[in-house]
Write a protein that binds this ligand. Structure first.
Ligand SMILES: *[C@@H]1O[C@H](CO)[C@@H](O)[C@H](O)[C@H]1NC(C)=O
Ligand SMILES: *[C@@H]1O[C@H](CO)[C@@H](O)[C@H](O)[C@H]1NC(C)=O
Ligand SMILES: *[C@@H]1O[C@H](CO)[C@@H](O)[C@H](O)[C@H]1NC(C)=O
Ligand SMILES: *[C@@H]1O[C@H](CO)[C@@H](O)[C@H](O)[C@H]1NC(C)=O
Ligand SMILES: *[C@@H]1O[C@H](CO)[C@@H](O)[C@H](O)[C@H]1NC(C)=O
Ligand SMILES: *[C@@H]1O[C@H](CO)[C@@H](O)[C@H](O)[C@H]1NC(C)=O
Ligand SMILES: *[C@@H]1O[C@H](CO)[C@@H](O)[C@H](O)[C@H]1NC(C)=O
Length: 910
């Protein structure tokens, strides 16, 4: 062999070795597996690991293993640590074997969607279990003899998780509250573990949940506390919580889709609600061995009711209970059906044998003494039906709310002792013959002591966003390179050894020059985009930004300013035609919005729901209105005036004739609007970003909107957007309660940390903004129940589709047409949306970043935008003058102290 020939051979070898690197690490892992696991048999012999039974490799011959399915193969032995290197795995199924020892780290398997470990003999999980498994959808690990463990917080990053089954798997301790952040979870099974304590209230965020099995905890304490959260899980079909220590009543289940309901062997109390017995979806119910009270529930004939023995129903039949029994059960309902009472408040005769705390004389209740019973809840007005009641002692409990006025009608009452509770309101006037003991309460305090709760921590404005992640991935890359180099040398060595035995050198494949599939797809898309109709995006009618509407709103704002903004009820009644149904523009979380006509000027009148505005004092309301009044920005709907009248709180806003963004995006059929072009969407996105940026940082104080969504974004006739309803959260009472209801109400726009912990920063708005961007790109609602289950949640599916450019192209709103440039800008906006919806608040950009990104895009292909400051001209002055004359002759009083010096103020902020 000549020198030259040898050199060529060596070069060829080197190339071939490089080509084999990717494949051989996966192949090595499979060979390691073959060695450490027994009974793989004949099918795992030979050189071609991709041909082994249960092993699937990537098409195209890269040798990367994408799936490993070894279910029910009778395998014993342990998993080799090198299994961790199978980083292209999308499915790893090892269930039904006898594999033992430790489960190796799976943290590098970012593509893994399916992991099944059930029915093996594994004894430990890796310290990084569930870390990095960001694509995981299915996780099943039942029946494993593990050391006691708890579900790691890392599961929060498995944001697409649909199924989590870990029954009989030694999970110990408190119920894993981290699960509440898995919005797409539909199937959860944690039966036969050692869980203790209550269900975290934030589980009510799991509205996609269809099957929940928590039965038969093996710990002594078992799961306990109330089961109220299941009332929020409207998709729930199966609930198995038998053999625990759950307490309290069954919550309201109306609207539920439950089919199988098993609560046997708990400590549940109260009357079985009609919302359960009336459920048409119901198939199987098991209620036995609890402390249910009241009438025996009667289910439809199609329901399979297992024996419901071991409860405290009043009769053996389903007939109604005696009136006295019904009254006392209503009393118990006020206290939340406490378990202590439910133990003896059973059957149909409270006097025989007498229920605890109840004293009867000839079948009439004369005394109720429930002092020192650790009762919470409220005093039911049903007490008033006990006409022979002489003494009522509820002292030394934790009762809240007011003393019902109805109690003053009790004819025989002589002693009422409610001392040492947490009662509020006023003590009603009793007859002089009644001795009332009421010290140690909170009378006179408003029942709302949430203290406004609006101005929380002002948001984390730190900008150390991207840095950490980058550094990490750099280290990862360096390690990767080192590993690759080492592997390369090993491979060369191996190949040189083998070479002597092989004859045909030409068999080696050449070095792959293939680009990543994602890149090539992207190029394809751009070509398609160029061929498509590009007119859609460039046809922005610049004259749309008309002068008239802006001038008008300035006029109205000015006029209200001059009236100190306070309007009389009569004026608003007249403006809205007595709040006529025909004038209703919409209903929101805070009340009903009417279209109003104030002397020819259209306004929107929000009539606040007195339930949410509550008893907030007039002064406080005015103080907050005063702040809101000063928040003026071109892209925020201006508050023009207000009215307080008795309990009524009315807010008057400028009228936006273009409807809500929601109507333009997803309710097109109802609203009759034509789809927005991409340029219109971008302009709206930028408008909204500017409005929010101002709220967050540029206004006098930091405002956090908290309820950003397309129905709160209003458009004017020129399709320029303004954000509405900001600051209302601050006006609403009792943050805790409203938080819960709002979590249910506008789920989908809620940042994960807000939904789970209630923690509010400006990044909560950034998240919601990202969701809105996604809706504008995809042209669909954030939650769409009409789609298949794994596609209902836009954020999840959007992020998933972004990984595959081809899919993403199809995913984008089909009504949009793109030039190549517009498509590029769409990809940038999509990327921005992805960052805005990052799981961790610190990973999301600030709003000013969004403004910068978008304004560079909007200007990029629309350089001839009209300068909107042009409109400052004689039109506005004339309008104002005429207006003033009209208003002067009207029935408002113009306050002299108000000058017009602040004219045009709203437009100063841009
Ligand atoms: C729990 O798992 C073990 C194996 O780890 C099994 O032997 C046992 O039968 C399982 N128990 C139940 C109740 O399924
Ligand atoms: C989720 O992933 C991010 C980025 O990889 C990481 O910083 C964060 O700690 C993870 N969260 C949890 C709860 O593990
Ligand atoms: C679960 O709790 C039971 C009873 O408290 C105990 O006997 C058992 O060892 C516990 N199992 C684990 C895995 O912690
Ligand atoms: C209902 O209970 C019956 C009898 O136990 C059982 O055969 C059936 O599978 C159950 N159906 C459902 C939906 O759980
Ligand atoms: C209480 O009395 C009122 C008026 O008599 C009656 O309508 C109501 O049904 C009674 N409630 C109970 C629980 O008996
Ligand atoms: C209620 O019972 C407590 C003892 O549990 C007793 O001190 C109190 O006097 C009783 N109240 C009335 C009104 O009988
Ligand atoms: C009283 O009730 C509260 C919950 O309402 C509970 O946390 C507490 O342990 C109870 N105290 C006693 C002594 O039972």
């Amino acid at each position: 062999m000549g020198r030259e020939t040898r050199r060529r051979l060596l070069l060829l070898l080197l190339f071939a070795a490089a080509a084999a690197v990717a494949e051989s690490s996966d192949a090595d892992a499979i060979r390691d597996l073959a060695m450490s696991v027994s009974a793989l048999g004949q099918s795992w012999a030979g050189d071609n690991v991709c041909g082994f039974e249960g092993v699937t490799c990537e098409r195209g011959g890269s040798g990367k293993v994408t799936s490993l399915n070894l279910a029910d193969k009778g395998l014993a032995g342990t998993l080799p640590p090198s299994l961790s290197t199978l980083t292209s795995l999308t499915a790893l199924q090892l269930q039904g074997n006898a594999l033992a020892g430790a489960v190796p780290s799976l943290a590098g398997m970012g593509s893994l969607t399916r992991l099944a470990l059930d029915g093996n003999a594994f004894t430990s999980l890796p310290a990084d279990f569930l870390e990095g498994l960001t694509s995981l959808q299915y996780l099943s690990m039942d029946d494993l003899p593990l050391q006691p463990w708890s579900v790691p917080d890392a599961i929060a990053n498995c944001s697409s998780l649909d199924t989590f089954s870990a029954s009989n798997a030694s999970i110990a301790g408190a119920f894993p509250a981290v699960l509440a952040s898995l919005a797409s979870l539909r199937y959860l099974r944690l039966s036969y573990n050692n869980l203790t304590g209550g269900l975290p209230p934030m589980l009510s965020a799991l509205i996609a949940m269809e099957s929940l099995q928590l039965n038969n905890q093996k710990s002594d304490e078992k799961l306990s506390g109330p089961i109220d959260v299941i009332g929020s899980m409207k998709s729930l079909k199966l609930l198995w919580i038998q053999s625990n220590r759950f307490m309290g009543p069954i919550p309201d289940l109306s609207g539920s889709q439950l089919e199988s309901f098993n609560v046997r062997d708990n400590m549940l109390t109260g009357v079985v609600p009609a919302s359960l017995t009336g459920l048409v979806s119901l198939k199987n119910v098991t209620l036995s061995n609890n402390n249910f009270q009241g009438p025996k529930p009667k289910f439809a004939g199609t329901v399979f009711p297992a024996e419901d023995t071991g409860n405290g129903f009043c009769l053996k039949s389903s007939d109604p209970c005696a009136p006295l029994t019904t009254t006392l059960l209503e009393v118990a309902a006020g206290f939340g059906y406490p378990y202590e009472l439910a133990k003896t408040w059973i059957g149909n005769n409270p006097c025989d044998p007498a229920w605890s705390g109840v004293v009867c004389v000839s079948s009439d209740v004369v005394t109720i003494n429930l002092s020192n019973k650790n009762l919470s809840g409220t005093i039911s007005p049903a007490f008033a039906n006990l006409t022979k009641l002489g003494r009522l002692d509820l002292s030394n409990n934790n009762l809240m709310g007011v003393i019902p006025d109805a109690l003053t009608t009790l004819p025989s009452l002589t002693v009422l002792n409610v001392a040492n509770n947490r009662l509020t309101g006023q003590v009603p006037k009793f007859k002089p013959s009644v001795s009332v003991l009421a010290e140690g309460n909170r009378f006179g305090e408003s029942s709302d002591n949430s203290g406004g709760g609006g101005r929380s921590d002002g948001g984390s404005l730190s900008s150390n966003s991207a840095g950490g992640g980058k550094r990490k991935s750099n280290t990862g890359m360096i390690i990767g390179i080192i590993v690759a180099v080492i592997l390369l040398f090993v491979c060369i060595a191996l190949l040189v050894c083998h070479q002597k035995k092989r004859k045909n050198v030409d068999k080696f494949r050449p070095v792959s020059t293939k680009t990543s599939p994602a890149e090539s797809e992207m190029m394809k898309i751009q070509v398609v985009g160029t061929n498509g109709n590009s007119n859609g995006s460039s046809a922005v009618p610049t004259e749309l930004y008309s002068h008239v509407s802006a001038a008008n709103s300035a006029n109205i704002a000015e006029l209200f300013e001059s009236h100190g903004m306070q309007l009389s009820m009569e004026v608003l009644l007249k403006a809205t035609n007595n709040f006529s149904e025909d004038c209703i523009l919409g209903r929101g979380g805070f009340g009903v919005v009417f279209k109003g006509n104030l002397n020819g000027k259209l306004v929107a009148v929000k009539r606040c729901d007195s339930g949410t505005m509550g008893t907030k004092g007039q002064q406080e309301f005015l103080a907050e209105i005063d702040v809101l009044r000063k928040v003026r920005h071109r892209h925020l709907v201006a508050l023009l005036g207000y009215c307080t009248h008795g309990n009524e709180r009315l807010l008057v806003y400028e009228y936006m004739s273009g409807g809500t963004l929601r109507e333009h995006l997803c309710d097109l059929q109802q609203s009759g609007y034509s789809p927005l072009t991409w340029t219109q969407r971008m302009t709206i996105a930028l408008d909204v970003a500017r409005g929010i940026e101002y709220l967050h940082g540029l206004a006098q104080e930091t405002f956090i909107h908290r309820d950003l969504k397309p129905s709160n974004i209003l458009l004017d006739q020129d399709l320029r957007a303004k954000v509405s309803d900001f600051g209302l959260v601050k006006l609403a009472k009792d943050m805790d309660k409203s938080l819960m209801t709002r979590i249910a109400g506008t789920f989908g726009y809620l940042a994960p940390e807000y939904a789970t912990t209630g923690k509010v920063t400006t990044k909560v708005d950034v998240y919601a903004y990202g969701v809105i961007l996604m809706e504008m790109i995809a042209g669909r609602k954030v939650l769409d129940d009409s789609l298949p289950d794994d596609e209902t949640h836009l954020v999840t599916i959007f992020r998933r589709n972004m990984l595959d450019k081809e899919k993403f192209r199809k995913f984008v709103d089909p009504t949009l047409e793109f030039s190549a440039e517009a498509w590029k800008s769409l990809l940038e906006v999509a990327d921005l949306a992805r960052h805005c919806t990052a799981r961790e608040p610190y990973q999301r950009p600030d709003m000013c970043h969004c403004v910068n990104r978008l304004s560079s895009l909007v200007d990029q292909w629309k350089p001839t935008d009209v300068d909107e400051d042009d409109y400052e001209g004689e039109t506005s002055e004339m309008g104002l003058h005429q207006q003033l004359e009209k208003w002067r002759s009207d029935d408002f009083t113009i306050s002299d102290s108000d000058t017009f010096s602040s004219f045009n103020m709203p437009r100063k902020y841009n």
